[in-house]
Design a protein around this ligand. Structure first.
Ligand SMILES: [Fe+2]
Length: 352
């Protein structure tokens, strides 16, 4: 203990001078007389019972191609008007939908410009800056060296696997889509959005192939973003595709993007075993009954959990204007806590 104090340079000469046990807690007077501390009984009780924080409630409902089977709340959505009229209550519902289903739609969002979308996202938390910028509003032109800036079909993936802390939330709002060269009635323009519940897919993998699940949760590999001049981003250490919670209670995060993946290393296992497991994972992700397809339309904003839900799209023709942004995971969860639970309860979870 003495050494720990030295390490953090806590003054050696400050000690409890007097400890008063009171009806509602314990008061401590410190020897330097700089201040008193008061510890309520429920605070002390929490520490005596356990040195771990109260776990966050976890109520997850998986979804597949037809939405979430057990829920009458599908597709989870709130309206832009409700957000204006009663921000706290509606943000509480919106963030809770994301925690529960992994996604939410916001209806009735103005789409003449991206401005209303940006303001709406900022009601959850500030928009994350990355090397691509912050809030984006673009027409695909390959301005950035990234497949998102094309009109190609994209398989289900998660974004920003190359960050130590990948983006928590991701938002898409299709502001317009037109093909000036198409003749009337010439079919659809394409560009449907694909969403796959990664936690559901992982639960199936665990059940059907425990060995593949074990490999994908333990075999760590590198991830990187190196496509833009002067930018080479990679996480602080290597990470597995499926990250488990430290208490062993389920899955924490999915990283899956073939375009960002580094070399699969030799460990006690051969990379061949990893590829075999990855093939099984891919075959589950691409099952028709797991693929939820939705046509985004102007006015209908989609926000989803990038740590859980994989996204993709079909190819499209014409000119599509899309806006959106990322929000950090911690800031999203903080907003969810603070709009859904009383402060007393929150402090027990975050302090201990
Ligand atoms: Fe993406």
């Amino acid at each position: 203990m003495q050494r720990a104090f030295n390490t953090f340079e806590i003054p050696q000469d400050v000690r409890p001078e007097q400890i008063d046990v009171q009806e509602n807690g314990v008061r401590v007077q410190w020897s330097d007389a700089s201040h008193d501390s008061f510890y309520p009984w429920d605070f002390i009780e929490t520490y005596i019972q356990s040195d771990r924080r109260t776990p966050e409630p976890r109520r997850i409902e998986y979804f597949g191609s037809n939405g979430s089977g057990n829920s009458t709340s599908w597709p989870p959505s709130v309206s832009s008007k409700d957000l204006e009229d009663n921000e706290t209550r509606t943000v509480a519902q919106l963030t809770d939908f994301i925690k529960r289903f992994g996604l939410v739609f916001v209806t009735g969002v103005p789409f003449e410009t991206g401005e209303a979308t940006k303001k709406l996202l900022e009601k959850i938390a500030f928009i994350r800056q990355t090397h691509y910028g912050g809030f984006y509003d673009f027409i695909p032109d390959l301005a950035m060296a990234d497949t998102a800036y094309t009109n190609l079909a994209l398989g289900a993936h998660t974004d920003t696997t190359y960050f130590t802390d990948p983006a928590g939330l991701q938002a898409f709002h299709l502001l317009s889509h037109a093909d000036p060269t198409a003749k009337d009635g010439e079919g659809t323009l394409g560009g449907k959005s694909l969403l796959v519940d990664g936690f559901y897919a992982a639960s199936l993998l665990r059940k059907e192939s425990p060995r593949a699940y074990k490999i994908l949760t333990t075999h760590k590999l590198s991830w990187h973003a190196s496509g833009n001049e002067g930018i080479t981003i990679t996480p602080d250490t290597s990470y597995p595709v499926l990250e488990s919670k430290s208490n062993g209670q389920g899955l924490r995060r999915v990283r899956w993007n073939n375009d960002d993946r580094g070399v699969v290393p030799f460990t006690e296992r051969s990379p061949m075993e990893w590829y075999e497991a990855a093939r099984e994972w891919h075959s589950i992700l691409t099952r028709k009954d797991l693929e939820y397809w939705v046509q985004l339309t102007p006015g209908n904003l989609l926000i989803f959990d990038n740590w859980r839900v994989l996204h993709g799209r079909s190819a499209f023709t014409g000119v599509r204007r899309m806006c959106g942004g990322y929000i950090n995971r911690d800031d999203f969860v903080s907003r969810w806590r603070n709009t859904n639970f009383p402060r007393e309860e929150i402090l027990k979870r975050v302090v201990g």
